[in-house]
Design a binder for this molecule. Structure first.
Ligand SMILES: [Zn+2]
Length: 107
């Protein structure tokens, strides 16, 4: 399934995914917007393969465990398995076509 992409006015975030939607900050420049959409498409796939709810559960738990290790919320966020995959491949527009299911397990 393809995501429904909506542009919104956000205060600080660039984008977020709540299956079946991807919300993108209206203020982003075109190049940046492409990259953020690509990043969010990876989260969209992750959410699909985890039936959405398990994605949020693992995401939150993973952040919390990371935070206990480093006491830094940004670092804890960057080390979430889903974010590692999304940041690693957000620059590759073809990644989503060739991505293997559950690829976040090996990033
Ligand atoms: Zn992300």
């Amino acid at each position: 399934m393809n995501p429904i992409i909506k542009e919104k006015n956000f205060y600080s975030i660039e984008g977020c995914t709540f299956w079946p939607y991807i919300f993108i900050n209206k203020e982003l420049q075109d190049k940046r917007k492409e990259l953020v959409i690509n990043h969010e498409r990876i989260h969209f796939k992750q959410q699909e393969e985890l039936l959405v709810l398990f994605f949020y559960f693992i995401y939150g738990l993973n952040w919390f465990i990371n935070f206990l290790w480093c006491w830094n919320s940004d670092k804890a966020y960057r080390r979430i398995v889903f974010e590692k995959e999304a940041y690693k491949y957000e620059n590759d527009p073809d990644y989503i076509k060739n991505r293997k299911p559950y690829a976040w397990l090996s990033n």
